[in-house]
Design a protein around this ligand. Sequence first.
Ligand code: ADP
Ligand code: MG
Length: 350
Amino acid sequence: SIRIVGLNKLFSSPDGGTVAAVKDVNLEIGAGKLVTLLGPSGCGKTTLLRMIAGFEEPSSGDIFFGKKRMNEEPPNTRDTAMVFQSYAVFPHLDVFENVAFGLRLRKLPKAEIEERVNRVLEQTGLSGYARRSPNQLSGGQQQRVALARCIVMEPKVLLFDEPLSNLDAKLREQMRVEIRELQQRVGITSIYVTHDQVEAMSISDEIVVMNAGVVEQLGTPHEIYARPASRFVADFIGKANFVPVKILSGDAVDINGVRIGVREMPDLEAGTTVTAVVRPEAIHLAGDKGDFRGTVRRVMFLGNIAEYLVEIEGLGNWLVDSPNPAEAGLFATGDTVFLTPSPSSIHLLR
Ligand code: ADP
Ligand code: MG
């Protein structure tokens, strides 16, 4: 397992000041888990990953692999491997030699190299392509070669820095499933950097949401979605309506004069005003009755859902996702509609 304690990284900026790229990060990553560092561009994901790999020295704080403090350990003895984007594959070597490259550098016996490379080619579905040149492969296959090259070294930790960002959307979806399956099969502790929340949700045991160098929240995809710790997290993971509510007694809140039950009530005094996160898919939309009356201002038909923007008097615009619009039919811009948020999906921010 990996433990990060009070880690900071300061860079000097061109104007002579300093940039805190990573601020007081504390993390524990369990053995065999895949943990994602998720956040917008510039939030410090790559810097944190590079400190774990040993390419960047922390300004303060500690990094442990198991019980061993790694701060002074050079990258090549940390037993980590960084998976780069597919263009990091050597174009002049065939697939087998690309995968064998690191083992040859280590001067391992020929028979062992053969055996390990063949096993990894099989694991990554590349057995039939051993003698192909990378430029005869699809983008997805090249990405698998990049992955195979890392796995064959049998590192203790795999580090991924946005490995799929130069693939098209369809292939990205397919590759993230493959990476996750392979990671689970091989059982290797992995840290995966992405700015794509759907990618993070779909492959992670746990997600570390970062914002401006700080860890905003650490949790399973479900925890982070259902119980975001901050407005930033709620907004970054999925879509959210932010609604001012007043706490009432008896596990309920007042939204614009309407009493709405909530499933989880934080320890707050009645009368307190807080912000609620209401997810667009947790709001029922009807033409005849419901808790709030509104007017449809925008309709987007997305196939599996229809996404509406509904203006509610006194509450502003709410996003509402309705399932199966092809079957249920669509409301039109200007229609009067009624909204009923489901109690279990209202999450109160503290
Ligand atoms: P991310 O990977 O989340 O996009 P980075 O870790 O690359 O973010 O960068 C975090 C912050 O640190 C940014 O403000 C970036 O400009 C700054 N930074 C990163 N590397 C350096 C460096 N070598 N020198 C100065 N500033 C840097
Ligand atoms: Mg980065």
